[in-house]
Ligand binder design. Structure first.
Ligand code: ADP
Length: 222
């Protein structure tokens, strides 16, 4: 669960007062809450810095109705792939199509990542790739997954440092469900190797978005 902003009860009250009566000065808010302006200063600073309230000199505080969207965008811009990625479900190139299908079921995933003996990315295989070969009547016990996978260099990946916004864009643009999370190392011969360190799925990004929005909805943005 990623909670972006947790306002205190007092901060929520302040937002509600400003929404209802703004523009309103700090003193007036203090009078309503029976608190001094000095006591409220840190709360007002947090609320203005986060963009929920805006302050105009000699006018007072007013509510920024755009702040919900801004905060969601800001929140998503800050969450990194490494914060939400899960363990990759991997098989080797020689694994049969049959065993790959069994792994899909036992691991409860829609896509398998194919790696070499050092954990480097070789390819991915989706449930439809496997389904296609299975309904085609081939002997799934004999065909290795390498025959049906999408292989490097055509694999779309993300790095742990990328934001989930970048990951979401790649999933949408390439119309796929899963991205392998890889760390890239340069080899002495000028080539690169990509070590698989996780996976990111559409489902995870949906959950992540929902948790971010929940954190923000806590203070009832309308
Ligand atoms: P499905 O095929 O079950 O609908 P996807 O939409 O994820 O699942 O996959 C569509 C096609 O894209 C498949 O052929 C799959 O091998 C390929 N694919 C899946 N993930 C990736 C990826 N990260 N990079 C490149 N190709 C991918």
């Amino acid at each position: 669960m990623v909670t972006i902003i947790e306002l205190t009860d007092r901060q929520v009250k302040i937002v509600e007062i400003v929404k209802e009566r703004g523009p309103i000065t700090g003193e007036q808010i203090g009078e309503i809450l029976n608190l001094t302006r000095a006591t409220l200063r840190p709360d007002l600073a947090i609320l203005t810095m986060s963009g929920i309230l805006e302050a105009r000199p000699r006018v007072g505080y007013y509510y920024n109705s755009q702040s919900g969207n801004t905060l969601v965008a800001r929140a998503i811009g800050k969450i990194r792939v490494k914060d939400v990625k899960s363990l990759p479900v991997v098989v080797r190139e020689a694994t049969t199509v049959y065993d790959s299908i069994v792994t899909l079921f036992t691991e409860d995933v829609g896509t398998l990542i194919i790696v070499d003996s050092e954990g480097n990315l070789n390819g991915v295989v989706s449930r439809k790739d496997l389904l296609k070969i299975a309904i085609g009547g081939s002997d799934t016990h004999k065909i290795p997954v390498s025959m049906v996978m999408t292989r490097m260099p055509n694999i779309v990946t993300v790095s742990p440092e990328d934001t989930i916004f970048q990951a979401a864009k790649r999933l949408i643009v390439h119309e796929i469900d899963t991205l392998p999370v890889v760390r890239t190392f340069a080899l002495p011969n000028g080539l690169e190797r990509q070590e698989v360190v996780g996976r990111i799925t559409k489902q995870q990004l949906r959950n992540c978005l929902l948790s971010s929005v929940k954190g923000i909805i806590r203070w009832k943005i309308t």
